[in-house]
Design a protein around this ligand. Structure first.
Ligand SMILES: [Mg+2]
Ligand SMILES: [Zn+2]
Length: 226
């Protein structure tokens, strides 16, 4: 995707000079069509937290495919987004790896299970970004830091974030979305209820905070507002 965009950007630059040259106007028109098409065909983007949004969370961490249990309606909700032209991404803190509770290979098998179950519903996650570090590692990718978001933004050349919703069940998700300038939907699944109580003062100030019962309701909102 990045390469295509770079190519288009280059063509745009060269075509600007061709405006002054009527002989190459056909080429200019072709370039315009290309830009138009690429905009039209560009998928809309949604970014999800994983634990507590897609699957049930656990204070003991999700350490095996067996422990990965989807929240009712969440996989269908992702499939509905895909059908409406959205590419779905995951940004997830997985400090269980840094804590040596499970390794990256196991995380991959967990994600295989998620992807397979999602595929059965006709859904697909484009890419999963995760931070494997412990909080004390002080990395740039652990939420609420926006290292993973920046990586996604770069990988997929996201520029206009106005409609790039991020959906999470924790205060750190809210903070990350705020720093990333993404609209945020807070879901009450996973740690949602307890986090909402703990950070109620902050959330009260956020008059426009969107709160949904679960991912399915958040998706209803997004699709209904398009
Ligand atoms: Mg979560
Ligand atoms: Zn990290």
């Amino acid at each position: 995707m990045i390469n295509i965009n770079k190519t288009i950007a280059k063509r745009c630059t060269s075509s600007q000079s061709s405006i002054l040259n009527p002989q190459s106007s056909t080429e200019f028109e072709k370039d315009r069509a290309l830009i138009y098409r690429s905009k039209q065909h560009r998928a809309k983007t949604i970014i999800l937290d994983r634990d507590g949004v897609i699957n049930e969370d656990s204070d003991a961490y999700i350490k095996s495919p067996e422990e990965w249990i989807p929240i009712p309606g969440s996989l269908e909700a992702i499939a509905r987004l895909n059908k409406a032209g959205y590419q779905a991404f995951v940004i997830s803190n997985q400090s269980g790896i840094g804590r040596k509770l499970f390794d990256i290979k196991t995380l991959e098998t967990i994600h295989e299970k998620m992807n397979q179950q999602l595929a059965l519903q006709g859904g697909r996650i484009e890419k999963i970004y995760f931070c494997p570090h412990k909080p004390e590692d002080n990395c740039d990718c652990r939420k609420p830091k926006i290292g993973l978001f920046k990586q996604l933004q770069k990988d997929y050349a996201l520029s206009d974030l106005k409609n790039v919703y991020y959906i999470g069940d924790k205060y750190i998700d809210f903070l990350m979305a705020k720093k990333a300038h993404c609209p945020f939907i807070f879901v009450l699944t996973g740690h949602g209820h307890e986090e909402f109580k703990i950070h109620q003062d902050t959330f009260d100030i956020e008059k426009n905070l969107l709160i949904a019962k679960n991912l399915a309701q958040a998706v209803d909102f997004i699709l209904g507002n398009k």
